[in-house]
Design a protein. Structure first.
Length: 300
């Protein structure tokens, strides 16, 4: 990079190369103060951050925690979070990687369900000085190795990553989360962000992972009734109404702009059977998918 830029600007410029990789590592100080933020359209990447110097508020759903200097955090791409910087200078590292990059032994049925990444799990730790020195050395090795020409460097990087995760599993989690001022507002914003992260559908192989209120509530670590109540109070709509509205809008876009058949579109949108998609679409649009597609074609 030339000079200091935000991570958002960096991924807008190099997004295609980024999406083709399974593992990347960066220094926090090479970016602006949004360096803990991963752009919403980067749906496939998990993240581990080691902050050596810096300060801010890290928030997950209706919980927030004050972070200053030594911290190690883990982020699941399906759990929206936000970072409010309280200092302009940050030092440390963050790495981004896809599900398949991590050894199966640390996944426990899927990385999103591991103790470090799952909803309701422990995502942030405050290592003591000796541990920070050790972890800082590991991350510096990761950073240097990622840029090396060693033929088997990715196997070595996996080993380093496993060491970091095991060290976190041995630590006590942070217990200083606090409730933001308006929890309902925050839950609503994060639900809408999480909903948007699943779209647009770019290929017939992309399938939305969260399809109903219970699944969204689980990702946000809140009870379904709590999520529904928050959304209703803040937006006037329930979780189910928001999901249905977004899926219907995406279905119309795919019927209009793609050549995929109805069954493919339905499957991408979470319907295993075309008949269920047909019923859903007709309920929310007044037409079957084929009728809608024919109507649009005839009008154009």
């Amino acid at each position: 990079m030339k000079g200091k830029e935000t991570i958002t600007e960096f991924f807008e410029q190099y997004g295609q190369v980024y999406e083709q990789q399974q593992f990347m590592v960066y220094r926090l100080q090479d970016f602006g103060c949004d360096s803990t933020y991963l752009p919403p359209n980067r749906r496939d990447f998990y993240k581990i951050s080691l902050m050596i110097k810096g300060e801010g508020i890290l928030s997950y759903a209706d919980r927030s925690i004050h972070v200053k200097d030594a911290s190690l955090s883990f982020t699941n791409p399906l759990i929206p979070y936000s970072w409010e910087p309280l200092s302009t200078e940050q030092e440390g590292y963050f790495c981004l990687f896809k599900e398949d990059f991590v050894d199966a032994g640390l996944k426990n049925g899927g990385l999103a369900q591991s103790a470090l990444f799952k909803a309701g799990g422990h995502h942030i730790f405050f290592p003591e000085a000796a541990k920070m020195q050790f972890l800082g050395g590991i991350f510096e090795n990761i950073f240097r190795e990622a840029q090396s020409a060693y033929a088997n460097k990715y196997e070595l990087l996996k080993s380093y990553l496993q060491i970091v995760m095991h060290e976190a599993l041995k630590m006590q989690p942070a217990a200083t989360f606090f409730q933001p001022g308006n929890a309902a507002q925050r839950i609503s914003e994060l639900f809408l962000e999480l909903l948007e992260r699943q779209f647009p559908i770019d290929s017939p192989q992309q399938v939305i992972r969260l399809k109903n209120a219970n699944e969204f509530a689980a990702q946000l670590s809140v009870h379904t009734n709590h999520l529904n109540r928050a959304l209703k109070d803040i937006t006037g709509k329930t979780t189910t109404e928001w999901i249905a509205e977004k899926i219907t809008r995406e279905a119309k876009a795919l019927l209009l702009h793609s050549g995929w058949d109805v069954a493919q579109i339905g499957y991408c949108l979470g319907f295993e059977h075309a008949s269920n998609f047909n019923s859903f679409f007709k309920k929310h649009s007044g037409q079957t998918p084929n009728q809608f597609r024919k109507t649009i074609v005839s009008i154009s």
